[in-house]
Design a protein around this ligand. Structure first.
Ligand code: ADP
Ligand code: MG
Length: 231
């Protein structure tokens, strides 16, 4: 079937009139957003504008107070727990500002962990983890523990862990935030490369240079989308 105006593609992910409150603080207010396969989106806005909350809600880590989160057209919070976990595990990859690697495990075992959780055999998980580490240029460092790696390398391990299950949607929250500026380029190149290889990428950032690498720019202010532009 050919896609055209009359048969638009189902968005990969959408927020429909999503609000999130903490007590009487409205952190997201009536946010509606469609993310389509193949997009590379930046989310910027002042500190406290709701960027991290937006990402957590998109990634099903937080439940909205109102509104719907749809993944592949399915209203994710109406699914039974197990179906929702499966959807999250298969479809979403997360990269956080603090890399959240387990210090006692090698890079390879950190990356293999989500696969082991998903029931993949140890041998196969390690093969796929090595492949993901190679994709981020760290094949030769697979046996190193996090403390033996630079900050940029640790973040690349975290990115390998996020992509090892080949998620359709990669969500990154200030992925360069804990790194010296000299290392930002290598991380951004990596996201551009993952995007070129078919991942849909959403990067939250406060840095305009980071945002400049994306093709669509969403700006939040006080929990609302105040700009949403494509280049
Ligand atoms: P950003 O990532 O843009 O800096 P956040 O989404 O982290 O913004 O937070 C937006 C607002 O929500 C902030 O005012 C923050 O203090 C508040 N907030 C975030 N998480 C919680 C929470 N778990 N409980 C209470 N308030 C929170
Ligand atoms: Mg944040």
């Amino acid at each position: 079937m050919t896609l055209n105006e009359d048969h638009p593609a189902v968005p990969l992910a959408s927020l429909r009139s999503v609000s999130r409150q903490y007590g009487d603080l409205s952190v997201l207010q009536d946010v509606t957003l469609d993310l389509h396969a193949g997009e590379f989106v930046s989310v910027t806005g002042p500190s406290g504008s709701g960027k991290s909350t937006l990402l957590s809600v998109l990634g099903l880590l937080e439940r909205p107070s109102r509104g719907q989160v749809c993944l592949h057209g399915q209203d994710a919070w109406t699914l039974p727990d197990r179906a929702q976990s499966r959807l999250r595990g298969e479809m979403l990859g997360f990269v956080f500002q603090g890399f959240h690697l387990l210090p006692e495990l090698s890079a390879l075992d950190n990356v293999a962990r989500p696969l082991r959780w998903a029931g993949v055999t140890r041998v196969r998980a390690r093969e796929r983890a090595l492949h993901a580490l190679e994709a981020v240029g760290l094949g030769a460092r697979a046996g190193h523990r996090p403390a033996q790696l630079s900050g940029g390398e640790q973040q690349r391990v975290a990115i390998a862990r996020a992509i090892v299950r080949e998620p359709a949607l990669l969500l990154a929250d200030e992925p360069t935030g804990n790194l010296p500026q000299a290392m930002w380029g290598e991380i951004l190149d990596l996201f551009a490369d993952l995007h070129a290889r078919g991942h849909t990428v959403v990067v939250v950032t406060h840095d305009p240079l980071v945002a400049a690498r994306a093709q669509r720019h969403v700006v939040l202010k006080d929990g609302r989308v105040v700009e949403d532009g494509r280049r």
